[in-house]
Write a protein that binds this ligand. Structure first.
Ligand SMILES: *Cc1c(COP(=O)(O)O)cnc(C)c1O
Length: 320
């Protein structure tokens, strides 16, 4: 098994990705501060290249390929943002990329992945096992598999977003982080424990897919069927071995948000802050709103994880 990543790995990743990745803005809103009675900072990864934090982990992982791995290429499976991230990072590093994507992934994400030069292989997310398909392609074609979250180099890359946040704003009392398979949350945890050790850490997942919350309670990784939620970036069926190890040790709690609460978040981001955030990117704000006891009178961070949503779908969600 690969070794567990540390904050040192996050710092190395930050240096490795610096020339290609955006240092994303930290935004504040008076209206939201008043509503929550808190001092809230938003780390806006919707302004990351390709529109989500996943570019960080993908670029870090591919940058560590040997010359042979680079020549043969990378394969991955993803519901969207990791696919685009791998495709873009691979193009920048001149590595061929094969991406296994669900048949019902948002069309903007499939098109963007193809646009970045990725070769897309489609599967049915409700009946087929994407991990098996990815492993088979890797074995047949000699490709290196970079999974969306359960990999030390991916985790270390994702941790660079929170590292930038703490460098910019100093200590926080609490930080709310969207949670799918846990790459973002575990990487964030490495940075938080090094840079703001007293900060309470909350993962936030869709209520329809609360496997992470149940895993923490049970003390082992809970597997579920693909949850039906508008938060397509967090439709994962289980945490990873690496991500769970870090999360169980350091994360204070895992909270949930409903689809309706995510839509309210999209509306707030759009109307109050004038930014387009995809449903999954609203998990942190939704949970902060439901947790006055964790937020009131405190310095609170919210990771806005991505902004990739078809405009037609965005409009439909906001008017439904
Ligand atoms: C992938 C993704 C997540 C979840 O990240 P994990 O590392 O799988 O926990 C959250 N938000 C967005 C926008 C994503 O693309």
């Amino acid at each position: 098994m690969l070794r567990s990543p540390t904050y040192e790995d996050v710092r190395d990743a930050a240096v490795r990705i610096a020339s290609h990745a955006n240092r994303t803005p930290v935004l504040r809103s008076r209206r939201i501060n008043e509503e929550l009675g808190a001092d809230v900072v938003f780390k806006c990864e919707n302004f990351q290249r390709m529109g989500a934090f996943k570019f960080r982990g993908a670029l870090n992982a591919l940058s560590l390929f040997t010359p042979e791995q680079r020549r043969a290429g990378v394969v991955t499976y993803s519901s969207g943002n990791h696919a685009q991230a791998i495709a873009l990072a691979a193009r920048l590093l001149d590595i061929p990329a094969t991406i296994v994507m669900p048949h019902d992934a948002p069309s903007s994400k499939v098109e963007a992945t193809r646009g970045y030069g990725g070769q897309v292989v489609v599967y049915d997310r409700y009946t087929e096992d994407r991990e098996e398909i990815g492993r088979a392609l890797a074995a047949e074609r000699g490709l290196t598999l970079i999974p969306p979250y359960d990999h030390p180099d991916v985790i270390a890359g994702q941790g660079t977003a929170a590292a930038e946040l703490f460098e910019e704003v100093g200590d926080l009392d609490a930080l709310f982080v969207p949670l799918g398979g846990g790459g973002l949350l575990s990487g964030t945890t490495l940075s938080a424990r090094a840079l703001s050790p007293g900060c309470a850490l909350y993962g936030v997942e869709p209520e329809a897919g609360d496997d992470g919350r149940r895993s923490l309670i049970q003390g082992s990784i809970v597997h579920i069927d693909t949850p039906r939620t508008i938060a397509d970036g967090a439709q994962t069926q289980h945490l990873g071995v690496h991500t769970f190890e870090i999360i169980r040790r350091e994360v204070d709690d895992i909270l949930t948000a409903t689809d309706a609460e995510l839509v309210e978040g999209m509306r707030t981001f759009g109307t109050v802050m004038k930014i387009v955030v995809e449903p999954t990117g609203c998990l942190g704000l939704a949970a902060a709103r439901k947790s006055p006891e964790r937020v009131r009178g405190r310095r609170v961070g919210v990771v806005v994880s991505g902004g990739n949503v078809d405009l037609a779908r965005y409009a439909a969600l906001l008017t439904s």
